[in-house]
Ligand binder design. Structure first.
Ligand code: NIG
Ligand code: FE
Length: 379
């Protein structure tokens, strides 16, 4: 692979490339390594304060995610901590998360807000995302998720919070170009179908692309709503059945599957990846990195889960974690594969066969990571 000025110029056998290499070129020797495009993690919540390790123990002792949320924990507990944190404190913690992504070979990460749930705190998170792009080698793609939960102070008047999202947050996010996408947690007890339709329609009018947390805990017709609205992606889909899959296919919605959250919540119903692939959908897999349901930034771990729990082949997993994911973030022309004209974002892994990435789970195999042709890990 020949790289110049941060972009890939040519790929192929050495014979065809070496004649184009100038003497001062730097040579990266990948002998014995697998070289892949940097992973594109198309669903993540990387900006938050603190963690929820206390709830992790409660779940180990038998409590469920839903019970913990109903008693005031869950998303709301991270919201309390994130509101109390300054922008600089959030940035410092998120920089640590960015380093974890790189270590797993990930070079692009979607970044949702959603732990602020007030105008100022949502904007604070999206500003942190912007600063992460300046201060780390990872590219972060911002998504506005003001409709992640109803905050405590609006518990008895949820419709007023929805009004705030539509009338104050969305206009500000659009005006300051703080996000490329808008997402909603469409779920009983969070935002129902009617409310999700209202919020996402308003976002669409303001020019934002649509993503959706759909059918995670219950099947409420989230996949069908994503299709109706022309969303770019419908994510989670653990409870989605054949009609939802058919609707996504008709409308060209990409499914984003998050097996790390099923695993970490100790559940056993994984989304129907095989049926989606068989239907011809360009399936994406992502970490859902967040402090509650999926505290992993590791795409190799997700590749393992995709193979063992969703019966995706290692090759389908790699496509879902790179090129399909790049298209779902409107970046299919720039990243996600190693082809002439694309950015030179790539990772070397210490293995001889790409299938070993999913096979040897829990062991770091990243040798080095390059963004725009520059080595960014290890430094
Ligand atoms: O994708 N489902 C909603 N949002 C996250 C969980 C967030 C949290 O628990 O903090 C998810 O699983
Ligand atoms: Fe999520």
């Amino acid at each position: 692979m020949l790289v110049r000025d941060g972009a890939i110029v040519a790929t192929g056998p050495s014979d065809g490339i070496e004649s184009q290499v100038s003497p001062e070129a730097e040579v990266v020797d990948a002998t014995g390594c697998v070289v892949l495009p940097g992973f594109v993690d198309a669903h993540a919540h990387p900006v938050f304060a603190g963690n929820r390790v206390d709830e992790f123990e409660l779940r180990a002792r038998g409590a469920t995610y839903e019970e913990i949320a109903a008693s005031g924990g869950g998303i709301r507990s991270t919201v309390r901590k994130t509101r109390a944190a300054t922008e600089d404190q959030l940035l410092a913690q998120a920089i640590k998360h960015a380093e974890w992504f790189l270590r797993g070979g990930t070079t692009t990460v979607e970044a949702k807000s959603g732990y602020g749930l007030s105008l100022e705190d949502e904007v604070k998170i999206l500003r942190v995302v912007r600063r992460l792009n300046d201060e780390t080698a990872v590219e972060f793609v911002p998504t506005f998720l003001g409709a992640h939960a109803i905050p405590e102070e609006f518990q008895s008047t949820p419709e007023r919070y929805v009004g705030l999202v539509i009338d104050e947050m969305l206009p500000r996010v659009a005006e300051e170009e703080l996000a490329e996408f808008c997402d909603v947690f469409c779920e009983h007890g969070y935002f129902d179908i009617e409310t999700s339709r209202k919020i996402l329609s308003a976002a669409k009018e303001r020019g934002l692309g649509l993503r959706m947390h759909a059918d995670q805990l219950t099947n409420s017709g989230g996949a069908e709503l994503a299709a109706e609205l022309g969303a770019v992606t419908a994510d989670h889909l653990e409870q989605t059945e054949a009609p939802g899959i058919a609707a996504m296919k008709r409308a060209g919605v990409q499914p984003v599957l998050l097996p790390g959250s099923v695993y970490a919540l100790g559940k056993n119903r994984y989304p129907r990846a095989r049926e989606m692939i068989e239907a011809g959908l360009a399936v994406v897999i992502a970490t859902d990195f967040n402090p509650g349901s999926s505290p992993t930034p590791s795409m190799p771990m997700v590749l393992s889960l995709a193979a063992t729990q969703m019966k995706m082949t290692p090759a389908e997993g790699v496509s879902a974690a790179t090129i399909n994911a790049a298209y779902s973030l409107n970046r299919g022309d720039k990243i996600g594969s190693l082809e002439a004209g694309k950015l030179a974002n790539f990772t070397l892994f210490d293995c001889a066969d790409y299938r070993e990435l999913a096979y040897y789970f829990g062991v770091p195999q990243t040798h080095s990571v390059f963004v725009g042709g520059e080595r960014v890990y290890p430094l």
